[in-house]
Design a binder for this molecule. Structure first.
Ligand SMILES: [Zn+2]
Length: 91
């Protein structure tokens, strides 16, 4: 099964606020290893991802693709303003 075959991801309301822009985050259940699902907090306003401890290692490859597909689709929206304290890359 490829990530493109997943049904549209449904979000739940997260209890977390984005550490970047303070918006309320959305909770997505993504495919994990061995058929488990992993709940990942995502900020749809600025595309931030919050992993609780070890959550990033619990995602299956399909779950990782689904997560980035989600953010790619969200990227079609106007970008959020950059954070004022961002330490930019010099490159
Ligand atoms: Zn945010």
């Amino acid at each position: 099964m490829s990530a493109s075959q997943f049904p549209p991801l449904q979000s739940k309301v997260s209890t977390k606020h984005c550490t970047n822009c303070s918006a309320k985050m959305a909770l997505y259940s993504l495919p994990g290893h061995y058929g488990a699902s992993v709940d990942i907090d995502v900020c749809m306003d600025c595309n931030a991802i919050w992993f609780d401890q070890y959550e990033s290692t619990l995602l299956s490859p399909d779950g990782t693709v689904a997560l980035f597909s989600l953010l790619t689709n969200a990227a079609a929206l106007p970008p959020a303003p950059p954070r004022s304290s961002a330490k930019g890359c010099a490159a």
